[in-house]
Design a protein around this ligand. Sequence first.
Ligand code: ASP
Length: 325
Amino acid sequence: MPQAVIAIHGGAGTITRAAMDANREREYTTALEQVLLAGQRVLADGGSALDAVTEAVRLLEDCPLFNAGRGAVLTHDGTYELDAAVMNGATLDAGAVACVKRLRNPVLAARAVLERSELVLFAAEGAEAFAEAQGLELVAPEYYFTQARHDQWVRARATSGMALLDHDAAALAAQAAQAGAVDPIDPDNKFGTVGAVACDAAGNLAAATSTGGVTNKQVGRVGDTPIIGAGCYADDVAAVSSTGTGEMFIRTVAAYDVSAQMRYAGLSLEESARRVVMEKLPAISGRGGLIAVDRAGNVTLPFNTEGMYRGVARVGDPVNVWIYG
Ligand code: ASP
């Protein structure tokens, strides 16, 4: 019997070395710890891996520090379009929603798709109507609003590309002075998707991922998060949740590839994940990271950026969180 374990991430990206803010850092680590404690509690009470990852991602969606649910980034048009997925490794059941604009917790809608429909991926108004019929909470767009994301969107629109260039030290210091706080990971160079993977006491695996996507994305753009096998995957070998440049994670079928290399090439969890994150993704300029767990309860959290908000909690052990490499 494995020791039940949950791991979470809150996105990967560029660390703001130039203007580190200890208080801001503590806000992030505290938020990650609270979510891990909640997930750990589900597992300690005998809950399934599926319940633990759903609860962890629900809490991350409700936390405005992360780019999912409340605190989501804005599209080019200044709207919100959210994606989420959840997968049960024991049964290969999966559910996902894409481009939803009115759901407080997209991960709960994904879970409802998994449990109460014949579908796997449900998009836009249809997904919202389904979620509403399931009794899930709808919100007005203002619910997602945070000043930080709005300011980030304004900066992104002022540049021509989809994402902002790296800040230089001077710009960061100016921003820090102005705002009074700077995130440990540069919000303009961060993939802020959230996710969770877990192995429960029975050795069953599950994964969940949720995102607002990338800042200033084109309306209608869907990344890897709700794509089973790319941003989220679980079977009886491994459970994986990704964060990063979504298009590259789709093209490398990143999450599934971790499990496939273990199953077909006999690689360890750590080596499979390392090859995906450090070799396959960089080969096509893919940036980001993933979290993964296998049925023995091994956990790996590789990323090819400078930092990734992440943490692990084993039932009965203290929780651990990290931001930097
Ligand atoms: N992977 C997400 C996407 O492409 C972005 C992220 O990880 O923050 O939508």
